[in-house]
Design a protein around this ligand. Structure first.
Ligand code: KIV
Length: 257
């Protein structure tokens, strides 16, 4: 699937369902679940590599993990989900030329067909515009943007009028720049709904209520694999507890043989 086809989902009132993946097992699970889009998000820093934030992820890390994810796919190429790859911290905040070089490396060395970029500050806007003109589709990301956590923390955004107006303004700018969709993370439901209704491109929510054009979740959160669960993701199974218990039982039973 191409990013432009995702825009058709909104035109056809078809819900988009997206998952993250970080290796071939999670890639295979996400693909077999029939998700429309798989994000190789920089959250892999925390859910797979044991870091405390997304900031340590490098370009080489994201390329390495994206290739592992697509090696887990089993479907025929034209039935596979769209892979979108996060641009790591400081690979697009460092000027247009570097951003084109780094996004180009992701596109040339993986099966990702688009990159995701956090924020919409003026410097970021010019980077997004340049990438799109150079033929690299861009997904935006507003609201809680984990790469800005040193400034903003990891708290819910859009909690006052000023912040709500900023998010609305930036979402419109991202659409005008040519982003094919926007992730809205951890913002009030009414705000996500208003943005979704005012824009033509799909709004994909995480912790942004049920009124978005689609939903995305960090697969490890959904499966209950993490110690620290974000407040906006209720696990569908208690994966960590279940695996721990099963492995403990196996180890104990082997000892008895
Ligand atoms: O890195 C990530 O997994 C993300 C999602 C939270 C959307 O950006």
């Amino acid at each position: 699937m191409l990013p432009s086809e995702l825009v058709k989902y909104k035109e056809d009132s078809r819900k988009i369902v997206a998952l993250t993946a970080w290796d071939s097992i999670s890639g295979s699970l996400a693909e077999q679940s029939d998700a429309d889009l798989i994000l190789v998000g920089d959250s892999l820093a925390m859910v797979c590599l044991g870091y405390k934030s997304t900031l340590p992820i490098t370009l080489d890390n994201i390329i390495y993990h994206t290739n592992a994810v697509s090696r887990g796919f089993n479907k025929k190429i034209d039935e596979q989900p769209l892979i979108v790859c996060d641009m790591p911290f400081l690979t697009y905040q460092c000027g247009e030329n570097k951003a084109v070089e780094y996004a180009g490396k992701i596109i040339q060395n993986t099966y990702a067909k688009a990159v995701k970029i956090e924020g919409a500050e003026p410097e970021i806007q010019s980077v997004i515009s340049r990438l799109i003109r150079m033929g690299i589709p861009v997904m935006g990301h507003l609201g809680l943007t984990p790469q800005s956590y040193l400034n903003l923390g990891l708290k819910k955004q859009g909690q006052n009028l000023e912040s709500q107006e900023k998010i609305k303004r930036e979402a419109s700018i991202l659409e005008k720049l040519g982003c094919f969709s926007i992730v809205l993370e951890h913002i009030p439901e009414f705000l996500a709904k208003e943005i979704k209704e005012n824009l033509k491109i799909p709004i994909i929510g995480i912790g942004a209520g049920d009124h978005c054009d689609g939903q995305i979740r960090v697969t490890a959160d959904l499966l209950g694999l993490n110690e620290d669960q974000p407040p906006f993701c209720k696990p569908i199974i208690e994966g960590k507890k279940l695996f721990k218990k099963s492995l403990k039982e196996w180890v104990a039973s082997e000892r008895l043989k």
